[in-house]
Design a protein around this ligand. Structure first.
Ligand SMILES: C[S@@+](CC[C@H](N)C(=O)[O-])C[C@H]1O[C@@H](n2cnc3c(N)ncnc32)[C@H](O)[C@@H]1O
Length: 344
């Protein structure tokens, strides 16, 4: 609750609300924030991700990346995972390519991670790998090697700003009511000219949720790939066109909960605006290799053929339940999207 106290005292002392994205950044990434101090991933934690559901997810991603490397790079390169969680996806990729020469041997591996608890887990879970891994907070954009970069459920963690248009633009701020001892959201009119120009570009939408920080992070990766060659594969929950809803959500113990309660104790995320990311990739002259639902991607690259090999396994039912969760449109199948951009 330390982070909640800090936010409350800052709002009270300054006698003004805190911009939503600044609030989110403090709640998630400050010293005591949600992502700085705990492992949120697992059945008895807050949420479960695709690699934790089935190893086949990582195997298919691994085969896709291997094929790309073999046909388009086939030399020394950077292999970079953003926000590797428990390193499950990485190890599934590594295992799937272990008998294919080159991919691991020629890689310079980096994990981009800010969570100390997860870094410890990642070190433990990658112990069997006979390769050096470098842990960093940011990608080293000074490298001159081509890169294979990938992430799963990384961009949903980025702070967003929320705007509404009612003849003029308003932005959401978080404020604190001392009488009720509770946080609340308030609208403040936008006056900044540069921001108004950006918002007016979207006037057709009365609601607008933007993560400038996410877009900038993605843009830097696009520029890096453009400069040195490579590919970026990213998977997340998100949409192409969303003019109707704000998507900010809080999850604790696998259940939706209130964004402004128990601050610092729960995951707060938003759906990724893939239209923004695709536009940025195009502006940087990258090729859109794939933009497709998780279901379509996994089917296209052989998930049904792969599960046939488990037909005689005593874990067959468990495996099938996991695969259904990954590809069923009522589960993760349609909500999650694969975006893959490259310059090769
Ligand atoms: C939702 S978890 C997903 C973990 C893993 N990719 C998986 O699929 O299981 C998000 C991961 O990204 C990390 N993370 C979030 N924002 C980050 C940032 N700006 N820089 C580095 N790591 C970040 C978190 O600590 C965590 O490891």
């Amino acid at each position: 609750m330390q982070v909640e106290k800090i936010i409350k005292s800052e709002i009270i002392t300054k006698k003004r609300g805190m911009r939503l994205d600044i609030f989110l950044k403090k709640a998630l990434f400050s010293k005591d924030g949600y992502y700085s101090k705990r492992n949120p991933i697992g059945k008895i934690k807050d949420f479960v991700t695709a690699p934790e559901i089935s190893q086949i997810f990582g195997e298919i991603v691994g085969m896709y990346l291997y094929y790309f490397w073999k046909t388009k790079i086939n030399s020394k390169y950077n292999l970079i995972e953003l926000g590797p969680g428990k390193a499950t996806l990485f190890m599934d990729i590594a295992n799937s390519v272990s008998k294919l020469p080159g991919f691991l041997e020629k890689s310079e591996i980096s994990f981009i991670e800010i969570n100390q608890k997860l870094i410890k887990l990642q070190k433990k879970n990658t112990k069997t790998l006979l390769k050096n891994i470098k842990w960093k907070k940011k990608i080293n954009f000074n490298s001159h090697l081509p890169s294979i970069i990938y992430s799963n459920e990384f961009f949903d963690c980025f702070p967003v700003r929320q705007f509404t248009y009612k003849n003029v633009w308003f932005e959401k701020y978080v404020n604190f009511n001392r009488k009720n001892n509770s946080f609340y959201l308030e609208n403040k009119q936008v006056n900044n000219k540069k921001l108004l120009t950006q918002l007016n570009f979207h006037k057709k939408n009365n609601l607008l949720e933007i993560s400038f920080e996410r877009n900038k992070y993605f843009e830097n990766i696009c520029k890096f790939i453009k400069k040195n060659r490579g590919i970026f594969l990213t998977v997340d929950y998100g949409y192409l066109n969303n003019n109707k809803n704000f998507t900010l959500q809080a999850i604790q113990n696998h259940k939706f909960s209130h964004v402004l309660e128990n601050i610092g104790e729960k995951d707060i995320s938003s759906h990724v605006n893939f239209e923004d990311l695709i536009n940025i990739a195009k502006q940087n002259n990258l090729k859109i290799e794939e933009y497709t639902s998780q279901r379509e991607f996994l089917l296209k690259f052989g998930i049904l053929e792969r599960i046939k090999t488990f037909n005689k396994s005593r874990y067959k039912n468990k495996i099938n339940i996991g695969i259904d969760r990954l590809i069923n449109n009522n589960e993760m199948g349609n909500l999650f999207k694969f975006l893959i951009v490259s310059n090769l």
